[in-house]
Design a protein around this ligand. Structure first.
Ligand SMILES: Cc1cc2nc3c(=O)[nH]c(=O)nc-3n(C[C@H](O)[C@H](O)[C@H](O)COP(=O)(O)OP(=O)(O)OC[C@H]3O[C@@H](n4cnc5c(N)ncnc54)[C@H](O)[C@@H]3O)c2cc1C
Length: 525
C-alpha cells in the first residue's frame, strides 16, 4: 500500500483533468490522478487536422466495439475511446458546443439547470471574440472561430439558405438553432485538450501526482466507505489510499465497469461473475445512450475539399510548410467547420436533428479518406429514446465490457434519421454545389423510397461518440454526484448525465466537472 493522498481521481480524461487542476489549486490538498493510458505524446494529437489519425492510433484507444446491434442489421459498431492522458479530449473532434439550455433544465436535478451551470461555462471559456454577455474571455479552454474555413463551407451555408433554413451566428450564444460555422477548442494552431487547458498549468504543483499506464482494478472499501483504489502498474498491483474521497472519472464505459468490478451494481449479475456484491445498485451500467448518426457522401473532381491528390501536391506541400512555420492554415483546422441544428418536425420546441457538413471525401461507411476529394453530410438524431447497457463480461479488469446501445430499438429513432437523410440530400443537390459536379457515392443515387433509405441508414449508422447515462444522476449518484449508499465515493464524468445533451459532449462534461469540483471542495452546497 503506497502513502495516501486526500483525493484519488481515476481517469485523466476531460473530467479528470478539470478535477485534478481545481482540487490541487489549494496547496494544502493532495491529489493523485490515475490514468490507464500513456502520455499524450502522439504528434497527431497536437495537429488539429490530423484528428482521424489520432482517433485511429491503437496505442491510445480502448478499441471497444458494440455487441451486434439488432435493429441495425446486427452490425458490430466500432466505439473509439481515448485511453491516453486527456482521455477523449485528446482524440476528439475539438468541436466546441455548450448545448441547448433546455436540455440541462430537463435533467431536473437540483443545481444542474442551465442557469446553475452558466457561471461554469463562463469560467471554462477563453473566447477572444466574446462580444455578448453569454461569452467570456480569460477562462481555461481556448475557443476559436476557424480563421479560414474550407471553401466548401460557403457552398454548404448557401445551400441551407436556398432551402430557407435559418442561420445561427453563434451556437454558444444562448439559442443554438440554425446553420452556421462551428467553434473549436484550438490554441495557437494546436489541439486544446484537458491536458493543455487544465493539467499542464497544474503539473508543477508538488501536491498533484499524475500517474499514467496504471489501470485501476477496483475501489477499496472499509465497510461501505471508499478508502482508496487498487492499481495495476507494470504487471504489479498495489493500493493508493484516499483520505477524503475516491473520485471515479473513467468515462461512460470505464466508470460503470469499475463500479461493477468493485461490487456495486446488479448484485445477482455480479455474483454470477464471482464478484462479491457490496451494494445492490442495478442502475449501474444501465441507460446507456448516445447519438445515432448516418451519412451521405459525394465524390468530386473539384479539389476544394480537404484531401490529398497529385493535382494538389504543390498546395499540400505549401500547407505543410505553412503549418510548420506559422501553425496556421488548413492543418490548424479541426475539419468539422460548420453544421446546422434544426427541428425534424413542426411540433418540436427545439432541435432534434444535427446536420454536420464534412468537407472531405468519405467512404460508404462514413470513414474519412485522406486521399481523393469529396464532401458529405452526417445527420444525427440528437434526442434518441433507445437505451442500452454496459455490463461486465468477466471479473477480470482487463476484459472489455459488453457495450450495447440498442440503437434504433425505440420506434421514433429511425424517423428522425429518415428526415435527416431528406435534408442532407436536398442540401447536397442545392444550386451552390452544382458547379463542382459532385456524384453521390453513398448511398447510390438510385436509393429512393422509404425502405431503401432506411436500409442505407442501417448500413451507414455510427455513434458520434457522446455516450452517457451509465451512472445516471438520480439513480446511481445523487445530485452531488455521490454514489448512493456509499461514503467517500463520487462519479464525475459523462456517465452521470441523465439525458444526452443535443450536441457534442466535451464542454458539457467540462462544465459538469467544474461544478463538481466546487461541490467536492464545499464551495457550494
Ligand atoms: C472520437 C471522438 C470524437 C469526439 N468529438 C467531440 C467533439 O468534437 N466535441 C465534443 O464536444 N465532444 C466530442 N467527443 C466527446 C467528448 O470528447 C467526451 O464526451 C468527453 O471527452 C468525455 O469525457 P469523460 O471525462 O467523461 O471521459 P473520457 O474523456 O473518456 O475520460 C475517461 C478516462 O478514464 C480513463 N480510464 C478508464 N478506465 C480506467 C481505469 N480502470 N483505470 C484508469 N483509467 C481509466 C480513460 O483511459 C480515459 O482517459 C468525442 C469523443 C470521441 C471518442
Amino acid at each position: 500500500m503506497s502513502a495516501g493522498v486526500d483525493y484519488v481521481i481515476v481517469g485523466a480524461g476531460t473530467a479528470g483533468c478539470v478535477l485534478a487542476n481545481r482540487l490541487s489549486a489549494d496547496p494544502g490538498v493532495t491529489v493523485a490522478l490515475i490514468e490507464a493510458g500513456p502520455p499524450d505524446d502522439d504528434p497527431a494529437i497536437r495537429v488539429p487536422a490530423m484528428v482521424a489519425k489520432a482517433i485511429g492510433n491503437p496505442r491510445q484507444s480502448w478499441g471497444y466495439q458494440t455487441v451486434p446491434q439488432r435493429a441495425v442489421d446486427n452490425r458490430v459498431l466500432p466505439v473509439p475511446r481515448g485511453r491516453v492522458l486527456g482521455g477523449c479530449s485528446s482524440i476528439n473532434g475539438m468541436v466546441y458546443f455548450r448545448g441547448h439550455p433546455r436540455e440541462y433544465d430537463e435533467w431536473r436535478q437540483p443545481g444542474w439547470a442551465f442557469a446553475d451551470l452558466q457561471p461554469y461555462f463562463q469560467r471554462l471559456e477563453n473566447y477572444d471574440a466574446a462580444h455578448t454577455p453569454q461569452r467570456h474571455r480569460g477562462g481555461s479552454v481556448n475557443v476559436i472561430d476557424i480563421p479560414k474555413p474550407n471553401p466548401l463551407i460557403r457552398r454548404f451555408l448557401e445551400a441551407a439558405d436556398s432551402l430557407s433554413l435559418p442561420r445561427c451566428a453563434d451556437f454558444n450564444g444562448g439559442d443554438p438553432e440554425g446553420f452556421g460555422p462551428r467553434q473549436a477548442t484550438i490554441r495557437d494552431g494546436r489541439r486544446e485538450s484537458g491536458v493543455t487547458a487544465y493539467l499542464n498549468p497544474a503539473r508543477q504543483r508538488p501536491n498533484l501526482t499524475i500517474t499514467t499506464d496504471a489501470l485501476a482494478t477496483r475501489v477499496m472499501f472499509e465497510g461501505r466507505r471508499a478508502t482508496g483504489v487498487e492499481l495495476e502498474q507494470g504487471g504489479l498491483r498495489h493500493g493508493i489510499t484516499a483520505r477524503r474521497e475516491v473520485i471515479v472519472a473513467a468515462g461512460a464505459y470505464g466508470s460503470p465497469q469499475l463500479l461493477q468490478l468493485s461490487g456495486i451494481g446488479d448484485a445477482a449479475a455480479l455474483q454470477v461473475l464471482g464478484i462479491a456484491p457490496l451494494l445492490d445498485l442495478p442502475a449501474v451500467g444501465r441507460h446507456l445512450h448516445d447519438h445515432p448518426a448516418a451519412s451521405m457522401s459525394v465524390r468530386t473532381d473539384n479539389t476544394e475539399s480537404y484531401g490529398l491528390s497529385w493535382r494538389t501536391l504543390p498546395r499540400s506541400v505549401a500547407i505543410a510548410a505553412q503549418y510548420l512555420l506559422f501553425r496556421s492554415g488548413p492543418l490548424a483546422s479541426n475539419v468539422f467547420e460548420a453544421n446546422g441544428f434544426m427541428r425534424s418536425g413542426p411540433d418540436l420546441d427545439r432541435p432534434d436533428l444535427q446536420i454536420i457538413f464534412m468537407p472531405a471525401h468519405r467512404n460508404a461507411n462514413g470513414h474519412w479518406l485522406p486521399r481523393g476529394h469529396g464532401y458529405g453530410i452526417i445527420f444525427v438524431n440528437l434526442r434518441p429514446a433507445s437505451r442500452g447497457s454496459v455490463t461486465l463480461t468477466s471479473n477480470d479488469p482487463h476484459d472489455k465490457p459488453a457495450i450495447d446501445f440498442n440503437f434504433l430499438s425505440a420506434p421514433g429513432d429511425m424517423e428522425v434519421l429518415v428526415r435527416g437523410f431528406g435534408i442532407a440530400r436536398s442540401i447536397l443537390s442545392a444550386p451552390s454545389f452544382v458547379p463542382i459536379n459532385g456524384r453521390e457515392t453513398a448511398p447510390d443515387p438510385q436509393v429512393q423510397g422509404r425502405a431503401q433509405i432506411e436500409a442505407h441508414i442501417r448500413q451507414s449508422l455510427v455513434t458520434v461518440h457522446h455516450p452517457c447515462g451509465t451512472c445516471r444522476m438520480g439513480d446511481v449518484v445523487d445530485a452531488s454526484l455521490r454514489v448512493k449508499g456509499i461514503d467517500a465515493l463520487r462519479v464525475v464524468d459523462a456517465s452521470v448525465i441523465p439525458t444526452v445533451i443535443a450536441g457534442n459532449s466535451n464542454i458539457p462534461v467540462t462544465a459538469l466537472a467544474e461544478r463538481a469540483a466546487d461541490l467536492i471542495l464545499g464551495k457550494i452546497p
